[in-house]
Design a protein around this ligand. Structure first.
Ligand code: CTP
Ligand code: MG
Length: 223
């Protein structure tokens, strides 16, 4: 086992963005001066501690290779799977990483991630045996609803929203995603393995572009 763990990055970009209802996958929509995916990858590309950035693309993706960043020497690509977890697993599969190395997994659909937040996550977790994720405490009042009938108000005590990047030890993450291919994020696969991820408070501006109004919100946050 190596003594000083290396850092690797996986960008999950193999989704089709069905909820966005655009004419191309949402990661290729323009936001300010560049595409969503270019924003999402920028903080990792010139990071001195990061070895390589694997971008996981869908089989029929012909957009990525047309981007200027596709030529960046730290980037390699591979093909995604049917679920996000399978896509991330495929990314792990091509890494020449050791068990104890760190893997940061980030959504191509989160363009507002900053270098400061990436560094904060890396620094906070550097000695952790498992890893963890960025998240924000839930501030809203949460209702449990069935057929538009409010059945109850759910206590928000202890509830956090999960963001990305999420950073885990390579060996553990690979094992977790192989076992739980339907997990909606890396953390939940690790949790199901019986391990305890560490929650790191992130920036609420680090939104995921899911629906058209999210892109407009991202534009407002940037400006
Ligand atoms: N993703 C992936 N492989 C999949 C599904 C999703 O790499 N099989 C990626 C997406 O590209 C996105 C991130 O995981 O960057 C978060 O997923 P989500 O927001 O659900 O994106 P989509 O699946 O593309 O959107 P939708 O669910 O609306 O179709
Ligand atoms: Mg999806």
């Amino acid at each position: 086992m190596n003594t000083v763990p290396k850092y690797w990055v996986i960008i999950a970009a193999a989704g089709i963005g069905s909820r966005m209802q655009a004419d191309k996958p949402k990661q290729y929509l323009m936001l300010d001066d560049k595409m969503v995916i270019e924003h999402a990858m920028t903080p990792f590309l010139d990071h001195p501690l990061i070895e390589e950035v694997i971008v996981v693309l869908s089989k029929n993706d012909y957009y990525f290779k047309t981007l200027p960043i596709a030529l960046h020497k730290k980037i390699a690509s591979t093909e995604g799977g049917d679920t996000r977890a399978q896509s991330v697993f495929n990314g792990l599969d091509v890494l020449l990483a050791e068990e104890n190395d760190w893997v940061l997994v980030h959504d191509a659909a989160r363009p507002l991630i900053s270098r400061e937040e990436v560094d904060y996550l890396m620094e906070t977790l550097s000695e952790h045996p498992v890893g963890g994720l960025l998240g924000t405490p839930i501030n809203a009042t949460i209702k449990y609803v069935e057929n538009n009938e409010v059945k109850k108000t759910v206590s928000r005590d202890g509830l956090w929203q999960a963001l990305t990047p999420q950073m885990f030890r390579y060996g553990l993450l690979k094992q977790a995603l192989a076992k739980y291919p339907s997990a909606t994020d890396c953390s939940s696969a690790i949790e199901q393995l019986g391990k305890i991820p560490h929650m790191v408070e992130g920036n609420p501006n680090n939104i995921k572009i899911t629906r058209p109004e999210d892109l407009r919100l991202a534009e407002r946050i940037l400006s």
